[in-house]
Design a protein around this ligand. Structure first.
Ligand code: ADP
Ligand code: ADP
Length: 239
């Protein structure tokens, strides 16, 4: 069963950079998909189009059969909660504690950078702690984020996305700033999220070997177009 369908997506930025041209692919529920390709290929733009941080110029993006590009603001906010996102540079509020950052996530990503923490329930707090423990962060719960290592910061990013209970997790170069050990922890956790929790994972990577090791499917991009789409195994036998 398809959870995500990307149909004929193109994106031209205001400065007339054509970042995406006629991108098509679909993703099955629970699948682990890596998007690989050189810098500037359009990987980040593609993920941002999927959660509408960036507006695609043309095409449709269906989540559970609903075209995200046709939603008005209010329906979009509701639907966006189903889509979690993590970033290369974590995008945490560094001066706040780990748990405060995670609790922020329940507001949905768009509100994180602008919104106040607001009021949260004991149940939400309990859930935040549970998620942090499942990611091996039990000793950091009340630390400030600016005291954490990069790998720990990314785990806070993951926890912040998971508290939304997303169906789809978008990961934009999640290990590009991490050393090999921290990278392995993060990739193993993303794999666990896909296999054990059944959440569909879409991850931008530039390391082909990592993509092959962890993914069910690989999408290769170059200059804004999809140039490969198939199983990770098939890719291995080609290289
Ligand atoms: P990747 O993630 O594969 O490195 P990006 O999606 O970041 O690729 O970029 C694709 C192209 O779009 C690049 O040429 C990049 O410079 C350009 N681009 C990205 N964001 C913007 C923006 N906000 N405005 C204009 N051009 C952009
Ligand atoms: P990150 O690595 O945190 O995703 P990026 O380097 O991709 O950050 O981009 C930072 C911001 O600048 C993003 O909002 C992106 O859309 C924008 N951007 C990237 N490339 C360009 C470009 N060529 N022209 C204008 N804006 C760009």
């Amino acid at each position: 069963i398809k959870i995500l369908e990307v149909n004929k997506i193109s994106k031209k930025y205001k400065n007339s950079t054509q970042a995406l041209t006629d991108v098509n692919f679909s993703v099955k529920e629970g699948e682990f998909v890596s998007i690989i390709g050189p810098s500037g290929a359009g990987k980040s733009t593609l993920l941002r189009c999927i959660n509408r941080l960036v507006d695609a110029s043309e095409g449709e993006i269906k989540l559970d059969g609903v075209n995200l590009l046709s939603l008005n603001k209010r329906s979009l906010q509701k639907t966006r909660v189903k889509i979690g996102m993590i970033f290369q540079h974590y995008n945490l509020v560094e001066r706040l504690s780990v748990i405060e950052n995670v609790l922020h996530g329940r507001l949905g990503y768009k509100n994180i950078l602008t919104g106040s923490l607001g009021i949260y329930t004991q149940e939400e707090k309990r859930k935040a702690i549970e998620i942090l423990c499942s990611l091996g962060m039990e000793e950091q719960i009340y630390k400030r984020c600016d005291q954490l290592s990069g790998g720990q910061k990314q785990r806070v990013g993951i926890a912040r996305a998971l508290i939304q209970e997303p169906r789809l997790l978008l990961c934009d170069e999640p290990i590009a700033s991490l050393d090999p050990n921290a990278s392995k922890v993060i990739m193993d956790q993303l794999s666990m999220i896909s296999k054990k929790m059944g959440i569909t994972v879409l991850v931008n990577l530039h390391q082909v070997d990592v993509a092959i090791k962890y993914s069910d499917t690989i999408i290769g991009m170059k200059k804004g177009s999809v140039v490969y789409s198939g199983s990770a195994k098939g890719m291995k036998s080609e290289t």
